[in-house]
Design a protein around this ligand. Structure first.
Ligand SMILES: NC(=O)c1ccc[n+]([C@@H]2O[C@H](COP(=O)([O-])OP(=O)(O)OC[C@H]3O[C@@H](n4cnc5c(N)ncnc54)[C@H](OP(=O)(O)O)[C@@H]3O)[C@@H](O)[C@H]2O)c1
Length: 246
């Protein structure tokens, strides 16, 4: 239904989970795709899968905490496609523990990847987007950035930070026709939630009025909408996709 032909999209953490769902959905809508992750194997498989459908796709080995690597990915994408229309800052991790047991390294790592990574990538695409007077930036937050969650002070802080980042950058760049929005998923079927025990998953389901976990498509559809012309006048907002949790 949504046509992204002629657009190019860069997705961080595109090799699996929600990012992979977004890569597939954007490719299906006709966008030229670039995505990155730290590990190669899954990326190469997905790159080949997308290329086999006749859609342009390139994948990169990069870590969003490394500002120079982020810049190099952007340069390489510009060289191939000539522009970056859409950036999806999706890469993220959890490293949960109650604060009494949380190591400083776990705090630093989660903030670095989940929040500083968003800055690194957004800053890297800013010049070409400003020059083009066009850009769509979508940042992956989380329901816990709004609600908080015991055992996740690091993750929830990073995700709450993403909301402030999104609102601030949206105001900075609106006049250049660059929109910046966030998506706050609830609990979505992926490796991240696969790590939860059966009991934890059962307890979680009880908090979801729609009584099911979200699918990768549920989130990809939100990203498609925010990247599409249907959302041209929407900026600085957070789209909550959580089956009614919040
Ligand atoms: N699943 C959920 O229920 C849920 C709910 C709310 C929000 N979210 C958010 O949605 C996003 C995706 O989550 P997911 O569940 O799809 O996770 P996932 O299945 O674990 O996938 C995470 C992706 O991010 C990449 N990544 C991790 N650290 C990276 C780094 N430093 N640099 C570059 N890439 C990195 C991973 O690849 P490599 O490891 O190879 O780098 C992978 O491609 C995250 O921001 C997460 O916080 C998820």
């Amino acid at each position: 239904m949504i046509d992204l032909k002629g657009k190019t999209a860069l997705i961080t953490g595109g090799s699996k989970g929600i990012g992979k769902g977004i890569v597939r959905a954007f490719a299906n809508a006709g966008a030229g795709i670039a995505f990155l992750a730290r590990n190669r194997e899954l990326s190469v498989q997905l790159e080949e899968e997308i290329q086999a459908t006749g859609v342009d796709c390139m994948s990169f080995q990069a870590d969003v905490t490394d500002f120079d690597q982020c810049g190099k990915v952007v340069e390489a994408m510009l060289e191939k496609y000539g522009k970056i229309d859409i950036l999806v800052n999706n890469a993220g991790i959890t490293d949960d523990n109650l604060i009494m047991r949380m190591k400083k390294e776990a705090w630093d790592k989660v903030l670095d990847i989940n929040l500083t990574g968003v800055f690194n990538m957004s800053k890297s695409v800013m010049r070409p987007m400003m020059k083009a007077k066009y850009g769509r930036i979508i940042n992956m937050g989380s329901v816990v950035g709004t609600t908080g969650n015991p055992g996740q002070v690091n993750y929830a802080s990073a995700k709450a930070g993403i909301i402030g980042f999104t609102k601030s950058l949206a105001k900075e760049v609106a006049s250049r026709n660059i929109t910046v929005n966030a998506i706050a998923p609830g609990f979505i079927e992926s490796d991240m939630t696969g790590k939860l025990t059966d009991d934890q998953q059962k307890a979680l389901l009880e908090t979801i009025p729609m009584n099911r976990m979200g699918t990768l498509d549920d989130i990809a559809n939100g990203a498609l909408f925010l990247a599409s012309p249907l959302a041209d006048y929407i900026t600085g907002t957070t789209l909550h996709i959580n089956g009614g949790m919040v």
